[in-house]
Write a protein that binds this ligand. Structure first.
Ligand SMILES: [Zn+2]
Ligand SMILES: [Zn+2]
Ligand SMILES: [Zn+2]
Ligand SMILES: [Zn+2]
Length: 105
């Protein structure tokens, strides 16, 4: 696991690219196929309603759809090169450019 987050193409939620399913919208991070069926609205461990935008439980901070781990038909998240591609394209905290680093000093 890395701590790089990528933006989900479906709902703009920052997600760990190693997750099979976006906790916000339940779609595959790579091809956008809907994986979560039926949609889960309450936390499985404490029955609190998940946040509607990012899918995190406000009480125990667990993420929606964590139980979906088997890879999608497109192979995600089992292919490192696809994960790298997601990181290159959609990384939320890409490294700063030289000028950004200069101005933030
Ligand atoms: Zn999403
Ligand atoms: Zn997929
Ligand atoms: Zn949220
Ligand atoms: Zn919870």
């Amino acid at each position: 696991m890395s701590d790089v987050l990528v933006k989900c193409c479906g709902c703009d939620t920052p997600v760990d690219p190693h997750r099979a399913v976006c906790p916000g919208c339940g779609h595959c991070l790579c091809c956008g196929r809907k994986r979560a069926r039926p949609e889960i609205l309450q936390c499985v461990s404490c029955q609190t309603a998940y946040c509607k935008c990012c899918g995190r439980c406000p009480r125990c901070l667990s993420l929606r759809y964590s139980e979906i781990t088997e890879p999608c038909e497109c192979g995600h998240p089992d292919r490192p090169e696809v994960i790298q591609q997601l990181i290159d394209q959609w990384s939320v905290d890409r490294p700063l450019t030289r000028w950004e680093r200069f101005w933030k000093r």
